[in-house]
Design a protein around this ligand. Structure first.
Ligand SMILES: NC(=O)c1ccc[n+]([C@@H]2O[C@H](COP(=O)([O-])OP(=O)(O)OC[C@H]3O[C@@H](n4cnc5c(N)ncnc54)[C@H](OP(=O)(O)O)[C@@H]3O)[C@@H](O)[C@H]2O)c1
Length: 268
């Protein structure tokens, strides 16, 4: 089996590197194409990739094609590969907002998987949600799933609406966590801690809380009840958040990202 990754940017390289560790792919079965000479030079120095500049030299060879260019490059690129593809190939797009029907129309391909990764994929801790056209077989789906899982975990969703919805949760979600971390660091600085200590205080608190959650069967609500005793310090903070409707504001933010994903999808 041969996999081609088109677009060796942040996400394309992340997947190519993740997949290079997959037992499904033997050495040199990962082809990577990019249009920048500088990128190609870098790719040529990575032993487990075959680097390409010309679509005609690699597209016909691939069983699975990963598309990882910016959405505004999608239409031109997809139309260019149309004469080079065959209907047995599976195309996996990680481009935000580009629908399965648009990809089918531009390429003539039928087996399409649309996936939405997130930033922690870069360190193997990503979450990719994905949906496929009905022409993709169960066996092909299993292969794709195991390739996606080389960058973390994945969930299969039933419709493209859930790809937009997961953009509002996992796709944009790392930035919500950074927002919360930034706010806590600013509070620590205001209390008089140094920048270095504020960073350690906050980062270890997040790591510890997430690990506690992952190693238990308790919901976040149960954990909050466990740590917040009546009249105590944690209760004072949680009451302040409740009074300020922080919970509602966070939900609004996630829905704002969801709506924006739907809007952007209409542009392609
Ligand atoms: N980054 C994320 O966290 C994230 C999360 C979810 C989804 N995504 C999706 O992932 C996709 C890639 O994002 P990215 O951040 O990895 O972008 P990126 O870093 O800009 O990478 C895209 C790469 O593709 C190259 N390219 C552009 N047109 C090409 C063509 N016609 N043929 C070959 N290569 C071409 C670009 O070269 P030039 O720089 O020369 O144009 C660049 O090296 C996007 O569609 C985005 O929506 C990204």
């Amino acid at each position: 089996m041969k996999v081609l990754v088109i677009g060796a940017g942040n996400m394309g390289l992340t997947y190519a590197q993740g997949m290079s560790k997959s037992r499904l792919l033997k050495k040199k079965n990962i082809m990577v194409l990019d249009n920048s000479e500088k990128k190609l030079e870098e790719l040529n120095n990575i032993a487990h990739f075959d680097a390409f500049k010309e679509l005609k030299d690699c597209v016909p060879e691939a069983d699975i094609i990963f598309l990882a260019v910016k959405p505004y490059h999608a239409e031109a690129l997809l139309k260019t590969i149309k004469p080079l593809v065959n209907t047995q190939q599976v195309l996996v797009s990680i481009m935000a907002g580009v629908s399965i029907s648009a990809i089918k129309e531009y390429t003539g391909l039928e087996k399409i998987v649309r996936a939405m990764p997130n930033l922690p994929a870069q360190i193997g801790k990503g979450l990719t949600s994905y949906v496929s056209s009905e022409e993709v077989s169960n066996i092909e789906m299993l292969t794709i799933e195991s390739l996606l899982n080389t960058t973390g975990k994945s969930i299969q969703v039933s419709t493209e609406k859930f790809i937009d919805a997961s953009t509002g949760i996992s796709g944009s979600g790392p930035a919500y966590v950074f927002y919360f971390m930034q706010s806590m660091m600013e509070a620590a600085l205001k209390m008089g801690f140094s920048k270095k200590d504020s960073t350690v205080l906050v980062s270890q608190t997040f790591t510890g809380a997430v690990e506690l959650f992952n190693q238990s069967n308790l919901s976040p609500n149960s954990w909050m009840e466990k740590v917040a005793s009546k009249g105590g310090t944690t209760r004072a903070a949680l009451d302040s958040m409740k009074d300020n409707k922080v919970n509602e504001l966070i939900k609004d933010a996630a829905f704002a990202a969801f709506s924006r994903a739907v809007e952007l999808g209409k542009e392609y």
